[in-house]
Design a protein around this ligand. Structure first.
Ligand code: SF4
Length: 241
């Protein structure tokens, strides 16, 4: 995302402090409880943290123009990868199990499997294909309350630019409110570092194959919590060794 306001408009150590705070929330909770049921709650606590900070910064450093993002606009939900931590993936899987009816579960699980197969069939040396997120339903995010931080952070001042970008116009720059995106990435890094502090796989995952692993492996959360590298095949390309 291109930006107009500069991140330096905020206090210099603000972003580092924010990341450290999230890291401590995550590592502190994980150190005191091994209960799997705690994981979606912890994921939710990090979301609340992000939402509160975003509200604050919108008040103190308001955007230079109105943000164009609105319900039913989903140009940004077509991409090569959607990065998320294992904690977010587990939170999304729990939300699907809790909120989706049988038909929704069947439809979205099928789309997750098909998208994962398409990605997996691709030559590793090629750029990943840009595909609609399988969690999209009628141009809306079906897991909106628990969507990943990267989705929460992304925003744009002009939906036409997003549409052009989605259509393959790489020249079009998407300009948006930077602070929301920066807070989202700082929160994600804090989560990842907090997980790594506890000896867990905190690398960035590609959401779709990570959810496919959750669907195929009923005890995936338990095994990940026990330190197993269950999401190895879903590591985002930038995080692969
Ligand atoms: S998780 Fe939701 S917001 Fe994020 S890319 Fe998928 S459909 Fe869009």
């Amino acid at each position: 995302m291109e930006t107009e306001e500069k991140p330096s408009d905020a206090p210099q150590d603000y972003w580092v402090t924010l990341e450290q705070q999230v890291r401590e929330i995550v590592s502190g909770t994980m150190a005191t409880s091994k209960a799997i049921e705690e994981l979606p709650l912890l994921s939710d606590a990090t979301v609340q943290f992000f939402e509160r900070l975003t509200r604050d910064i919108l008040e103190t450093l308001p955007p230079s123009r109105p943000i164009a993002c609105a319900q039913g606009c989903a140009f940004c939900c077509t991409s090569t990868e959607v990065h998320a931590s294992a904690l977010e993936v587990i939170g999304i899987a729990a939300h699907m199990a809790d909120q989706f009816n049988e038909q929704e579960t069947k439809e979205i699980s099928q789309k997750i499997r098909e998208t994962t197969e398409t990605k997996g069939a691709q030559n590793k040396n090629e750029s990943p294909p840009s595909m609609p997120c399988p969690l999209l339903k009628d141009s809306r995010c079906s897991v909106y309350p628990v969507r990943p931080f990267v989705c929460r952070g992304f925003n744009s001042y002009d939906a036409v630019d997003c549409e052009r970008h989605k259509a393959g116009d790489a020249e079009t720059e998407i300009t948006g409110y930077p602070h929301q995106d920066i807070i989202a990435h700082a929160t994600l890094r804090g989560v990842q570092r907090g997980l790594a502090d506890c000896g867990l796989d905190g690398d960035a995952l590609d959401l779709t194959p990570a959810l496919a692993i959750m669907l195929e492996t009923p005890d995936a959360a338990l095994r990940w919590r026990a330190g197993e590298n269950i999401f190895e095949k879903a590591h985002a390309r930038q995080a692969r060794k």
